[in-house]
Design a protein around this ligand. Structure first.
Ligand SMILES: Nc1ncnc2c1ncn2[C@@H]1O[C@H](COP(=O)(O)OS(=O)(=O)O)[C@@H](OP(=O)(O)O)[C@H]1O
Length: 559
């Protein structure tokens, strides 16, 4: 599914326009890219390091030539002299050579330092070609004395915009330095704000949940108090479940730029040196000079993209476990906190939403989880408006245990909560199940699904068994990776069953000190519920469950 590398026939030169045209022709993104995605980093031109590059020929002479634009002159200045190369096409080549050599340097030192990051070349061999236009002729004198000044230039007659490419390279190098391939942002996740209580809108007569500001405030209050009590949970790599936690999200992003050298090494290895990871993005283009077999890798740099897949539910289904497992995959990038864009923050617009997403390179899937989406009336249409191709994932769990899990969470957050048995019926004597209680309403999956199917075909949705995610995580992850069109990288080798926790946990990657079981808010002890009440609930859900199995063509075998 990854785009094949395209080899261009050897010719004397290629303009950026040529290269871009080729890329557009050969682009076959596996996922829909939302049309508003205009702010992404632009195309990057990267020299590949094989075969070895010959040393950069540099010239000390000034040369002038008329550019393709009438009346516009470009002056070329370089540092030391052993070769006179005044032709603008060669300027372009020399620029690429500089970058190539700089990358060799990066590769050798195996880290990005601030000099590399700016491609501000201090080595005379690596002097950047300096050009200026009519307005900047004075700069030439300065540039003669300072080989490291960056260029100010125009498109040359071949359409090769040196300055534009310089900016692209700088943007790319900065993106690389901010790009985190490790799971470090996990440690910033804040699971203490465990859930959004999106089911606590008892007064809502509609079957579907509609978010109100009042709920939002309540949630914030609840979460603030729990925040203080559970700071230790942050260490456990558990996410900001059920709760938007904007500051955490921002911190995660900031964290991307503050990685250790070791992390830089990993990044470099992955982004620059590993051809397998680059295979997602590679377009190989022959490049001048003709006698050389040098190749360029042209690709898109890391950028924040709107999600191509979303875990839309269900609350207490096992969504956090699923996301943490998925994040093991190198082609998945997801924020820890729940963005709640489509239910709470829709008015902030797609750019706000995009800003909450992690950096991804081409071929990586950007995704998020917000379990309340599944039961919120406006969300299917809103997601559809963002992207008709987005893939939707729902973790479903026996609605009776899901309801008890939901109730257990509420109990931990509120001082006075009536007993489950008292809340589940409209009134105690009637034994009519109270579907206005969110804990019950969420579990009528068939009803919610009907709304989603008005907008999305079933093939675009995938249902994960919450029970199997515990008993056979590798099996469920295999199905999900298939659905997402990913290589099956996450497998049984990644999991072990932690007897103390009673759940599967992730094996520690080498060198990591982080525990890999989810936090205390996942896998809580449930209260004992009157068995007759449980039986009544099972009877209530049975027809809805049967309908749901038929709708999704899978029997989840709930009792
Ligand atoms: N590996 C692993 N570790 C811990 N917990 C696991 C795991 N897999 C699934 N689960 C189940 O996930 C339940 C919480 O679901 P969610 O993460 O969807 O909750 S939330 O809506 O985001 O708050 C949580 O529910 P409770 O047991 O009621 O706490 C767990 O049963």
């Amino acid at each position: 599914m990854r785009p094949m590398a395209e080899k261009l026939p050897v010719q004397n030169s290629y303009s950026i326009a040529d290269i871009n045209r080729r890329i557009n022709l050969s682009k076959t993104p596996p996922f829909h890219t939302p049309p508003s995605d205009n702010n992404s980093a632009s195309l990057q031109v990267l020299p590949i390091l094989k075969p070895p590059l010959r040393p950069l020929p540099v010239t000390g002479r000034k040369s002038r030539r008329q550019t393709g634009n009438k009346g516009e002159k470009t002056t070329t200045t370089a540092a030391s002299s052993d070769n006179n190369n005044s032709n603008t096409n060669s300027n372009a080549n020399r620029f690429i050579d500089n970058v190539a050599i700089n990358q060799v340097n990066i590769s050798k030192s195996n880290k990005i330092d601030s000099n590399n990051r700016n491609y501000n070349i201090n080595n005379s061999k690596n002097t950047t070609t300096t050009t200026s236009n009519n307005n900047n002729n004075n700069n030439n004198n300065n540039n003669n004395n300072n080989n490291n000044k960056s260029s100010s230039t125009n498109s040359n007659s071949n359409g090769f915009d040196i300055e534009q490419d310089r900016r692209r390279m700088i943007a790319f190098s900065e993106n690389v330095s901010n790009f985190d391939v490790s799971e470090k942002d996990n440690s910033k996740d804040n699971d203490i704000n465990d859930d959004n209580d999106s089911n606590n809108n008892n007064n809502n007569n509609s079957f579907y949940y509609q978010y109100s500001n009042e709920d939002y405030n309540n949630n914030n209050n609840n979460n603030t108090s729990s925040n203080n009590n559970n700071n230790n949970l942050n260490e456990e790599g558990d996410g900001g479940d059920g709760e938007e936690n904007d500051s955490d999200a921002d911190n995660n992003d900031e964290e991307l730029g503050k990685q250790s050298n070791k992390a830089d090494d990993i990044r470099l290895n992955q982004v620059l040196e590993s051809e397998s990871s680059m295979a997602t993005v590679s377009h190989y283009v022959a490049q001048t000079p003709p006698k050389s077999s040098r190749m360029l890798v042209v690709r898109e740099g890391p950028s924040k993209k709107l999600p191509q897949a979303i875990i839309i539910g269900v609350k207490k289904g096992g969504t956090r476990a699923l996301l943490e497992f998925l994040r093991l995959h190198p082609d998945i990038r997801a924020p820890g906190p729940e963005p709640h864009f489509f239910d709470r923050h829709y008015s902030r617009g797609l750019e706000w939403y995009r800003s909450k997403m992690p950096l991804t390179i081409e071929g990586q899937i950007s995704m998020e989880k917000t379990p309340s989406y599944f039961i919120t009336r406006d969300v299917p249409q809103r997601i559809y408006n963002m992207s008709k191709q987005v893939k939707l994932i729902v973790v479903v769990r026996d609605p009776v245990t899901r309801a008890i899990s939901d109730y257990t969470q509420t109990m931990t957050k509120r001082r006075s909560v009536r007993q489950f048995e008292q809340m589940v019926f409209v009134n105690n004597s009637s034994r009519i199940v109270d579907t206005s209680w969110g804990a019950i309403r969420i579990g009528v999956y068939a009803k919610h699904l009907e709304l989603w199917l008005k907008y999305f075909p079933l093939q675009q949705m995938h249902f994960v068994s919450g029970e199997k995610l515990i008993s056979d995580p590798a099996g469920e992850m295999a199905l999900l990776q298939d659905f997402l069109g990913l290589k099956r990288i996450i497998n049984e080798k990644h999991f072990f069953f932690n007897e103390t926790k009673g759940f599967p946990c992730l094996k520690k990657p080498e060198g990591s000190g982080h525990p890999h079981c989810l936090g205390k808010t996942k896998g809580r002890q449930h209260p004992t519920i009157d068995p007759s009440v449980i039986q009544r609930l099972r009877d209530f859900y049975r027809p809805f469950n049967s309908k749901f199995y038929k709708m999704v063509n899978r029997d989840f075998e709930w009792p």
